[in-house]
Ligand binder design. Structure first.
Ligand code: KMH
Ligand code: ZN
Length: 275
């Protein structure tokens, strides 16, 4: 099995400080949290930013500050969100890639998202895929429901995404695919051979699905974007605490934890020459 790539999704667009007092929200807090996650074993940092009021934003300058701040302190892979928040327009969402990160997300369909709708119609998805290709950004393909995998295969057939593809299965969002291990097995079976995948279980499923992914040879995403608890009733002290735990489990399962350099090789991030 490959070394496991651990992604830290530390902020997201939805979680508040009221829910999780240790949520990093300012650029400096996000940079510091990213470095701590890197030191705990994360190879990839999935980035969202917040404005001065703590609300989700896709402000290009804030993303630049965070990405440059992380790069000044460690070589972890920077992956910006193009999903943003459910109320954002497509143009707003795409601002995050202006800072020339290492990777960006690409969601391949629309999904109910609690009481809201995370809108990704075909036109938007194709525009985003094309733009990432033009910018030379390797996507992490975010799959919130099974049909999104079929849509991703359509993009693949049309050359808008190329091998080796990296998928992230977000499982347990109310309205999306449930966090059932049988669903995970089904999704993984549908992937082209050269693909890699990670799982982001929501809430209490973060740990269980993460451990299952480790055993299956997949990769794992943890962090406050998807889960704010360390255990039932006990909030996590930091994102790094969640990274450190999954890294410990990986060691016990004989899965070495990938360094950012190893993750760059696995994902073939060098396939696009940065200018
Ligand atoms: N906040 C969700 C609506 C991504 O980062 O690309 C979308 C999301 C996906 O978080
Ligand atoms: Zn996200």
């Amino acid at each position: 099995m490959q070394p496991v790539m651990i992604t830290a999704a530390m902020v997201g667009a939805e979680v508040t400080r009221e829910q999780q007092p240790h949520l990093p929200v300012t650029p400096q807090e996000i940079i510091q949290a990213a470095v701590e996650c890197y030191e705990a074993g994360a190879a990839i940092i999935h980035i969202h930013v917040r404005d001065a009021e703590g609300n989700a934003t896709q402000d290009a300058q804030l993303f630049r500050e965070v990405v440059e701040g992380i790069r000044a302190r460690c070589n972890v892979i920077t992956q910006v969100s193009t999903g943003g928040a459910v109320w954002m327009s497509a143009d707003e969402r795409l601002q995050s890639i202006e800072c020339r990160p290492d990777m960006a997300t690409l969601t391949t369909g629309t999904v109910n998202f609690g009481e809201s709708v995370f809108m990704n119609n075909r036109g938007l998805v194709e525009t985003f895929a094309r733009r990432l290709q033009v910018e030379g950004l390797v996507p992490e393909i975010e799959i919130f429901d099974a049909g999104m995998l079929d849509e991703a295969m359509r993009l693949y057939a049309n050359g808008l995404i190329t091998d080796p593809m990296h998928f992230d299965f977000v499982m347990g969002v109310p309205g999306g695919i449930g966090a059932d291990p049988a669903h995970l097995v089904h999704l993984v079976r549908g992937l082209p051979r050269a693909s890699t995948w990670s799982v982001a279980g929501i809430g209490r499923h973060q740990l269980t699905l993460g451990v299952i992914a480790l055993a299956m040879g997949g990769h794992v995403r943890v962090g406050f974007e998807d889960n704010i608890y360390y255990s039932k009733g006990r909030l996590a002290q930091s994102n790094a605490e969640l990274v450190a735990r999954i890294a410990r489990v990986a060691h016990e399962l004989d899965r070495p934890v990938a360094t950012p350099e190893q993750a760059r090789d696995i994902l073939q991030l060098h396939r696009y020459k940065k200018v």
